[in-house]
Design a binder for this molecule. Structure first.
Ligand SMILES: Nc1ncnc2c1ncn2[C@@H]1O[C@H](COP(=O)(O)OP(=O)(O)OP(=O)(O)O)[C@@H](O)[C@H]1O
Ligand SMILES: [Mg+2]
Length: 378
């Protein structure tokens, strides 16, 4: 997939700007606080349906403006005409999403039309942070490839919320019938087992690619492993199946109600999943150096791109926010070589972060929310 261009109106500090991109390397460069990350945030909005900084839609409307509008023209292999995705954001929280002019009814309908892999310094937390960060990595990656996954996540979350309310009611002395417990346990187990299946399959692929990247990047000096941890996986060495996962969770949720009531939370399920990352056998979160953690996180992101291509036939767009400034020259070189042939949009304070010989790069200087100039040279 290629982002041909992006248009911004009253989006963050971008008043009215259209930026054309090259199908290979694009470097958005300029001083701090000029709007480089804002551009990536606008493009990413279509991949994820929300800001990568955790901002509300209304925060992205330019201060003092009534609404923001962003659109991207996306080219796909084998398609003669690009797809134009549009988003208008309003202060009320309302938004209008469109695909080639036709309204889209929901964010989940939009997701998948532009697949992108985003990497920014905060993503180091996929290695250094808690399980929630790794679940989120999986969810964002899988959702772009499988719309059914988003639907299952919503079903699961709704059932989990309902069950939490029942646990509270029970803890407060209210009556909850066996049938009620079973209905919600059943819904959680049903969606949960499908989620676990997607995650297990995804992690299997991830593990394969991460090993290969690490092997190359460290010339075989460091050996990573990536494995999926879930209450739904059989403990007895049996192979995971959706039916087994569903039965395992249903059993947990129907036999531990007293304990869960006392804890005030559902203690079993895919909302507790984790991905265990190790380096040479040690937990990467606790033992790996800063540089090793960064390499691990990058290997996971590069792998995400490979899996996306394996499953969809096309590479996603790589959005790299301030990533190169933290890497030494040999790792920059490695990343650029590894990403050759894909579209990359990278931000940096200096155009020189991109190593020489990185194909036909386009350098786009950003100043005060505007494109100051574009050139094919640094
Ligand atoms: N809703 C908004 N309205 C107007 N300006 C905004 C809004 N939100 C953010 N900004 C401004 O956008 C500017 C640029 O932000 P951005 O994060 O894109 O900078 P950057 O070029 O990536 O800088 P750095 O190199 O420091 O990462 C900031 O000065 C910020 O105050
Ligand atoms: Mg920035």
């Amino acid at each position: 997939m290629i982002v041909n261009s992006a248009t911004f109106r009253d989006f963050r500090n971008l008043r009215d700007e259209t930026i054309g991109f090259s199908p290979s390397v694009n470097v958005l460069w300029g001083m701090n606080a000029q709007g480089k990350s804002n551009i990536l945030e606008g493009i990413w909005y279509f991949a994820r349906g929300r800001s990568f900084r955790g901002a509300h839609d209304r925060d992205m409307i330019r201060n003092g403006a009534p609404a923001a509008a962003v659109s991207v023209s996306v080219g796909r292999e084998g398609n003669q005409y690009p797809v134009v995705l549009g988003a208008e954001l309003y202060h009320t929280g309302k938004k209008r999403l469109t695909r080639s002019g036709a309204p889209l009814s929901s964010v989940s309908e939009m997701i998948g039309n532009l697949r992108a892999v985003l990497f920014c310094p905060a993503h180091l937390s996929v290695v250094s942070g808690g399980p929630a960060e790794r679940r989120s990595f999986l969810d964002v990656a899988i959702a772009q490839l499988d719309p059914g996954y988003i639907a299952d996540l919503s079903l699961y979350r709704a059932a989990l919320a309902h069950r939490s309310a029942l646990l509270k009611k029970h803890a407060a002395g209210g009556t909850v019938t066996t049938e009620e417990w079973e209905v919600w346990a059943d819904r959680m187990s049903d969606a949960g087992a499908r989620i676990a299946e997607c995650r297990a399959k995804y992690v299997e692929k991830l593990s394969r690619f991460v090993s290969a990247f690490f092997e190359e990047m460290t010339e075989g000096r460091e050996t990573p492993s990536v494995s999926y941890r879930s209450h739904l996986l059989p403990q007895d060495g049996e192979e995971f199946t959706v039916d087994r996962g569903r039965a395992a969770l249903f059993e947990k949720l129907t036999t531990n109600v007293e304990r869960e009531s006392a804890a005030g939370a559902t203690l079993w399920g895919v909302h507790k999943d984790d991905v265990r990352l190790t380096l040479d056998g040690n937990d990467a979160r606790l033992f790996a150096s800063q540089g090793q953690q960064r390499s691990f996180a990058l290997a996971m992101k590069l792998s995400e791109g490979e899996i996306s291509r394996e499953l969809s036939g096309e590479y996603p767009v790589f959005l790299l926010d301030d990533v190169f400034s933290e890497l030494d020259a040999s790792r920059r070189r490695y990343i650029m070589d590894r990403l050759s042939g894909r579209q990359i949009i990278v931000t940096s304070c200096e155009p020189s972060v991109v190593p020489d010989g990185s194909g036909t790069a386009r350098f786009i200087e950003i100043e005060g929310g505007r494109v100051k100039r574009q050139s094919s040279e640094k």
